[in-house]
Write a protein that binds this ligand. Structure first.
Ligand code: WT7
Length: 676
């Protein structure tokens, strides 16, 4: 029962003080530095050139239909316009121009299905398939500006569908396949999508898992829910499961594409044309539709992908393990790598199917040279032991990336030593759905890396740590991470809610973008991310809102009140722990071990249905009361103490200071704290 958490709010993990005195340093090898894309001069150029630096990147990395003459227009702050008078097409940049440059035979995607089926897709293949899909979407009535929801497993078709939308200028909104029908319904409604792309199912842990039923349910009339705007559902056949079919609405993907012309003229759109909307959890119950536009987003994803991963498109084999349902999949599976003409691996399944060496086997098989994954996966593999990766030849790896949550130094060291053979540089990359692209990261070949720290803002990025009064903290100090200059891939708002955009990100500190993360600067001025300071949790690198899960819980008739906290978890970073007060007679149900287990299962399933399996609480504790301040605010800090098995901290501001005794006394009955 040790409290090693000096900042009570952020989920800072083990011993921050030790972290901040990290003495291990891994400077780049001479060989790596000599061949690296990034040289130290990039920082100098960026600070000397100001916004012109981004204009240079935009001209070098992206092909424009109409060249831009304006770089940044910040007069409508906090909504930026980058490269405003330029026009371009994202799919053309990701596909066609590589074919035109003579690289049509280059592999764009090595697809590996979970059952072991494979497919090799060259840039020329991709051009044909994306063109067919764009024509098919057009035939099905999708016009430039219409929104298309994509709800698919990790398939080649997922990438094709996204690019087909981009090709006709129809913003896509990808919804992660692990979200429930209800979550899908609310996203479809908010985006007012007219078409949904889905699949019969996908392979998950060795078995086909259905997907289309969730779409059918999301589109079915529901009392109290608005009528859906969806006209057509395009269905990819993956598992050949039986599916219900709505005549006139449902169309097979393979039939629509076979009937479509393989030639399609990409639609040139303005740089600020919406490219996609991606929903993410905020501090309230309603997910936010983060809006990204075309020119700036492509520029910065390509720029970061080139320099942070040191990509050499002719020789590297790149693999980002993220699902396209998250922003990492958007920026570093689809747009960044393809705009850069990379060859990449796309894997449908989980790391432990059919065995725990599957990832390493894939790295050996495809000679992957750049790997980008999340700390939670690294920690899981670390737990499984060194022997498993030891069985495979990982010598092709030359850059290792980490993203999604703070990476603890132990996991960082293991990643470098066991996976990277003590040779490949590790880059810990900080960014968000909102930032669109990596913002803080070491540059391989330049930065001497420090285990556990994202360290320095990339060239062109102004990130700093400020105190409550918005004053930058000195080295050694802690506070909040802010971004003080606009950047090309920044969000352009929250879909349909400009006020919420201003309020969420720009109201805390005048003129500064508030990221929601706590951070410290060590004595060298390097940045250490400490976790969220708001009601957002980070479970396995996925963002979940405490409020959203609380709303899901109280929507169950047996629950009177609920409070959710993110407790530190060795593997997943944070774990969802819920405290619930049951209604009237139901309270008695939890008084026996069996009854409590039943209630917990019922509520976990309920959250799974309302939001999705990823949001299911790891623990549900039935309590008689919740700790509240006199103004009625739940003191999550105290609940976190309970959830993390610590002595409960200062409870003097509670309206009723005996509540915590009541809660901890109740939990002493082992039945109520069962885990599954
Ligand atoms: C939040 C954003 C960026 C793609 C995946 C998550 C946390 C992200 C790091 C990192 C410490 C990190 C932050 C951030 N986060 N990367 N390298 N070190 N924390 O995107 O779902 O928008 O979540 O993830 O708390 O605010 P997201």
């Amino acid at each position: 029962m040790t409290d090693t958490n000096p900042t009570s709010d952020p989920a800072s993990g083990p011993s921050l003080e030790n972290l901040l005195h990290e003495t291990r340093s891994f400077p780049p090898s001479e060989e790596f530095a000599a061949q690296a894309n990034a040289k130290a001069g990039l920082y100098e150029r960026a600070s000397a050139a100001g916004e012109e630096f981004w204009a240079e990147q935009a001209r070098e990395l992206v092909t424009w239909q109409t060249p831009f003459t304006e770089t940044l227009d910040w007069s409508g702050a906090p909504v930026a316009r980058w490269f405003g008078d330029g026009t371009l097409n994202a799919a053309y940049n990701a596909v066609d121009r590589h074919v035109e440059a003579g690289h049509g035979d280059r592999v764009a995607i090595h697809f590996e299905g979970e059952p072991g089926d494979t497919r090799t897709v060259t840039y020329a293949d991709l051009q044909q398939e994306v063109s067919r899909a764009a024509n098919a979407l057009t035939t099905l009535g999708v016009r430039t500006g219409d929104r298309v929801v994509i709800y698919l497993p990790m398939l080649v078709e997922s990438v094709v569908a996204m690019l087909a939308c981009a090709r006709i200028g129809a913003p896509h909104s990808v919804v992660f396949g692990g979200f429930s029908a209800d979550a899908l319904r609310s996203r479809i409604a908010d985006a007012e999508a007219t078409l949904v792309v889905t699949a019969d199912g996908g392979y998950r842990r060795g078995a086909p898992s259905a997907l289309k039923p969730a779409v059918d349910e999301a589109l079915a009339p529901k009392e109290g829910a608005p009528e859906t705007s969806v006209q057509k559902v395009l269905v990819v056949r993956r598992t050949e499961q039986e599916v219900d079919w709505v005549e006139g609405r449902d169309v097979w993907w393979h039939e629509a594409l076979a009937a479509a012309d393989p030639v399609h003229e990409p639609v040139a759109v303005e740089a600020e044309h919406p490219l996609f909307i991606l929903y993410t959890s905020g501090t309230t119950g309603k997910p936010k539709g983060i809006l990204h536009t075309t020119g700036g987003y492509l520029t910065q994803t390509a720029y970061t992908h080139k320099y942070v991963f040191d990509l050499k498109p002719e020789t590297d084999v790149y693999w980002c393990t993220a699902d396209v349902g998250w922003v990492t999949g958007h920026s570093y599976v689809v747009y960044g790598p393809l705009v850069n003409g990379a060859t990449q691996v796309l894997y449908e399944g989980t790391p432990d199917t059919p065995h725990r060496g599957r990832w390493w086997e894939l790295i050996q098989k495809y000679k992957v040279s750049i790997l980008y994954t999340a700390p939670t996966a690294i920690r899981t593999c670390m737990k499984w032991g060194d022997d498993i990766p030891g069985e495979f030849d990982l010598s092709s790896l030359r850059v290792l990336g980490s993203v999604g949550e703070p990476i603890n130094p132990e996991a960082w060291m293991w990643y470098r030593r066991v996976i990277g053979g003590d040779r490949a540089p590790v880059v810990d990359t900080w960014w968000q759905t909102e930032t669109g692209a990596i913002m803080i990261s070491p540059l391989p070949g330049v930065t001497a890396a420090k285990p556990g720290s994202a360290q320095v803002p990339l060239p062109g990025i102004a990130a700093t740590v400020v105190d409550d009064e918005a004053k930058p903290v000195p080295d050694g100090g802690g506070g909040y991470l802010v971004l003080s200059e606009p950047w090309p891939s920044m969000l352009r708002g929250i879909w349909g809610d400009l006020e919420r955009y201003k309020d969420t990100y720009w109201s805390r500190f005048e003129g500064l973008y508030f990221a929601g993360d706590g951070a410290k600067k060590d004595d060298d001025g390097d940045i250490w991310l400490l976790g969220r300071v708001d009601d957002v949790m980070n479970v396995s690198g996925h963002r979940l809102s405490t409020t959203e899960i609380e709303s899901a819980l109280v929507s169950n008739p047996i629950v009177a009140e609920a409070a959710v906290v993110g407790a530190n978890d060795e593997t997943t970073g944070q774990a969802v722990v819920a405290f619930v007060i049951l209604r009237g007679e139901h309270a008695n149900r939890a008084s026996t071990p069996e009854g409590a287990a039943e209630v917990q299962k019922e509520l976990r399933d309920h959250v799974g249905k309302e939001i999705g399996p990823i949001a299911k609480p790891k623990k549900i504790l039935v309590v008689p009361e919740l700790p509240k301040t006199r103004s009625g605010k739940i003191m999550r800090r105290l609940l976190r103490d309970v959830a993390e098995d610590r002595t409960v901290g200062d409870a003097t501001t509670l309206a009723d200071s005996s509540v915590m005794d009541l809660i901890t006394a109740g939990l002493a009955v082992p039945s109520a704290a069962s885990e599954d």
